[in-house]
Design a protein around this ligand. Structure first.
Ligand SMILES: *[C@@H]1O[C@H](CO)[C@@H](O)[C@H](O)[C@H]1NC(C)=O
Ligand SMILES: *[C@@H]1O[C@H](CO)[C@@H](O)[C@H](O)[C@H]1NC(C)=O
Ligand SMILES: *[C@@H]1O[C@H](CO)[C@@H](O)[C@H](O)[C@H]1NC(C)=O
Ligand SMILES: *[C@@H]1O[C@H](CO)[C@@H](O)[C@H](O)[C@H]1NC(C)=O
Ligand SMILES: *[C@@H]1O[C@H](CO)[C@@H](O)[C@H](O)[C@H]1NC(C)=O
Ligand SMILES: *[C@@H]1O[C@H](CO)[C@@H](O)[C@H](O)[C@H]1NC(C)=O
Length: 221
């Protein structure tokens, strides 16, 4: 019964907003959107492990983006290792960035602020907000970077699987007007989970809530 209600809510949203989405998407500013959500209600331990980045807004020239998260519980530190390539130029070179963020007692934070080190250079500090996750399939994250005194906001979708199998997820990405990040067999460590093409995962309740909020946001514009 509960699942059916959720399905109904989802399809109502898609039915109601499919047309408007096409018209309105470009007008949804990611910074205003991200400002609406708190990232507090998360189990940090369950969020650890490997994630593939499958979509991002604004669009980037990155491909094969993969992040490994691991807890160094002794020090209340989360290690963040991200590998990527540049999609157009040098697609066969893999770059590795490493970062670490302090998470006292592994209690969830509003923002996770850290800087990556890429080769020998320290990249600018960036704050991340974990907006929604179901831990097992998909997460949505907002990021804030301070470049030349201006805060730039971006958003991205992480999946445990590099392949987007769920129509629900595709819809979610489309509603936010995100660009796809190329993930494919030419990417290092590309390991899609074996499963039939139509066995897409179901989104968790928190993501349905998020979809509903996005739709309300679109409606109010
Ligand atoms: C999308 O979500 C609904 C509601 O949970 C579910 O019934 C449906 O199977 C999902 N579709 C896919 C392809 O995951
Ligand atoms: C977080 O998840 C871990 C692993 O599933 C579990 O052992 C722990 O109790 C959870 N913590 C909270 C605060 O729910
Ligand atoms: C991150 O990279 C460092 C250095 O290569 C390594 O020691 C660490 O185990 C990695 N952590 C994760 C979570 O992959
Ligand atoms: C695109 O990739 C190149 C590396 O080939 C990098 O120097 C440049 O800053 C990237 N552009 C953007 C907009 O990220
Ligand atoms: C992030 O951390 C750095 C280093 O501690 C600090 O300079 C910067 O102000 C912090 N940024 C935010 C948004 O908290
Ligand atoms: C961004 O950097 C400028 C200086 O470069 C600083 O005045 C401003 O407070 C910073 N904003 C944030 C949100 O860290």
């Amino acid at each position: 019964m509960f699942a059916r209600c959720r399905a109904l809510i989802f399809y109502l949203l898609i039915c109601l907003f499919a047309r408007q989405t096409i018209l309105v998407l470009g007008q949804v500013p990611i910074d205003g959107f991200c400002a609406r959500y708190s990232g507090k209600d998360v189990n940090v331990t369950r969020f650890m492990g490997e994630w593939y980045e499958v979509a991002r807004v604004p669009a980037s020239n990155l491909s094969c983006v993969k992040t490994s998260l691991g807890v160094d519980a002794q020090q209340d530190i989360v290690n963040v290792n991200t590998s990527f390539s540049y999609a157009r130029e040098k697609p066969f070179i893999t770059y590795n960035m490493i970062g670490a963020v302090s998470v006292p007692n592994l209690a969830p934070l509003d923002l996770y602020n850290f800087s990556y080190t890429l080769e020998n250079s320290v990249l600018p500090y960036t704050s991340y907000k974990l907006v929604a996750t179901d831990y097992d399939d998909i997460s949505f994250i907002c990021g804030y970077q301070n470049t030349s005194g201006t805060t730039e906001t971006f958003g991205f979708v992480l999946q445990r699987d590099p392949i987007i199998r769920s129509q629900n997820t595709s819809n979610f990405i489309a509603i936010l007007g995100m660009s796809m990040i190329v993930q494919g067999s030419s990417c290092p460590g590309y390991t899609p989970t074996p499963s039939s093409p139509d066995s897409g995962s179901t989104l968790s309740f928190s993501l349905y809530l998020l979809l509903a909020l996005i739709s309300l946001h679109l409606l109010r514009k």
